[in-house]
Write a protein that binds this ligand. Structure first.
Ligand code: PLP
Length: 354
């Protein structure tokens, strides 16, 4: 009986996948940059609006195939928002109750999206999301999805239409089909793990750059290998940058890490309205700013090639924060110098140091 339910659940997720289409790989026009092409994998077009749609699908399939999820299981997750939205979607698809343990400062837009899919939200202090999620799962005899531990292993890194395989397939007819760099940021570290492993497995010469926001310990961990690092301030870029070293972040497959100031990330998403005529989330700004730095360096050395980065989610979730000048000012962010720097980059193809 139980086996029957699991089989049906997997079929439902597969059917949902068949109804979905792949995300676009957008080409970004940078007129002053002659020999380097920039592409953005647009993960905002998934049904639940972010790259976490892929992760949620993988985590549900992983839990089902591990025998950890059955027809009576309450799903519990610790999340800064996007993962909870996507998991709430899949829990609803399977008719399972879902509880998200989220930090108190999570935007109302994200909380509304979780409740739209019948998910329940528990708001706690950012540092308590893990312990609270584990405690709740025990209490409810549920299953703690634990994205920060399982993201790196729930996704098939060799292919199976993962994000890396999709990027390389979509690049295949471009002038420089093998990117010099792929630039991402890390929340769980799952996306960078999948792309980094895939690059090695397929023996591509592509290098992987991970951009880290302020208050995150990932870059320090990358440099020192110290797993006990903690930060007492949460990340100001939703979805990325962690105050502790997450088990899913795999530093050994990363070729380069860069710190991107939060003001630069915000300036970049404002600049993107000019570049793409659309709004994106903060982590997309972090990715793109790091991509611009690499492009500027390649351009200065007269090199040719391609760089691929990612739109992680859309900007509609952040109208009250990153797109609100009052909010930026109140929180002490001065984007003006970076906006000027980016305008100049657009004209010259070179990103001057600030
Ligand atoms: C999770 C997330 C990321 C980072 O992806 P990971 O695979 O978890 O490292 C980037 N941007 C947003 C908006 C996210 O929610």
């Amino acid at each position: 009986m139980m086996q029957n339910w699991v089989t049906q659940a997997i079929s439902r997720i597969e059917a949902d996948f068949k109804r979905s289409s792949d995300t676009h790989l957008l080409k970004v026009e940078l007129p002053a940059v002659k020999n380097i092409s920039l592409y953005l994998k647009d993960e905002s077009t998934h049904p639940t609006g972010s790259l976490k749609h892929r992760l949620a699908r993988s985590l549900f399939l992983y839990g089902l195939c591990n025998g950890q999820i059955n027809e009576n299981t309450t799903i519990v997750e610790s999340s800064s928002g996007s993962t909870a939205i996507s998991e709430a979607y899949f829990a609803q698809l399977l008719g399972l109750p879902f509880v998200a343990v989220v930090p108190k400062n999570t935007s109302q837009e994200k909380i509304d999206e979780i409740t739209f899919y019948n998910g329940q939200c528990h708001l706690v202090e950012a540092k308590d999301i893990y312990s609270e999620a584990a405690r709740l799962a025990l209490e409810l005899k549920g299953h703690y999805m634990d994205q920060f531990t399982f993201a790196e292993r729930a996704t098939d890194w060799r292919g199976n239409n993962n994000i890396a395989e999709s990027i390389f397939a979509q690049m295949s007819s471009e002038p420089f089909p093998t990117p010099s760099w792929i630039v991402v940021s890390a929340g769980t570290g799952g996306t960078s793990a999948t792309i980094g492993r895939y690059i090695r497995y397929k023996c591509y010469p592509t290098q992987l750059c991970v951009a880290d926001p302020e208050h995150s310990v990932f870059l320090d961990y990358y440099q020192t290998g110290d797993q006990t690092l903690v930060s007492d301030h949460g990340s100001m870029i939703e979805g990325i940058g962690r105050p502790r070293v997450e088990p899913s972040f795999i530093p050994s497959i990363v070729d380069k890490m860069t710190k991107v100031p939060d003001s630069a990330s915000y300036a970049t998403i404002h600049f993107m309205q000019k570049l793409l005529n659309r709004r994106c989330g903060g982590s997309t700004g972090t990715n793109l700013y790091a991509a611009f730095q690499l492009i500027s360096d390649l351009n200065a050395q007269n090199q040719e090639g391609s760089v691929v980065s990612m739109i992680c989610d859309g900007g509609e979730r952040y109208l009250d924060t990153y797109y609100n000048n009052q909010w930026l000012k109140e929180n002490g962010f001065d984007t003006a110098p970076y906006r000027k720097q980016l305008e100049k980059f657009y004209k010259t193809g070179l990103l001057e140091t600030i």
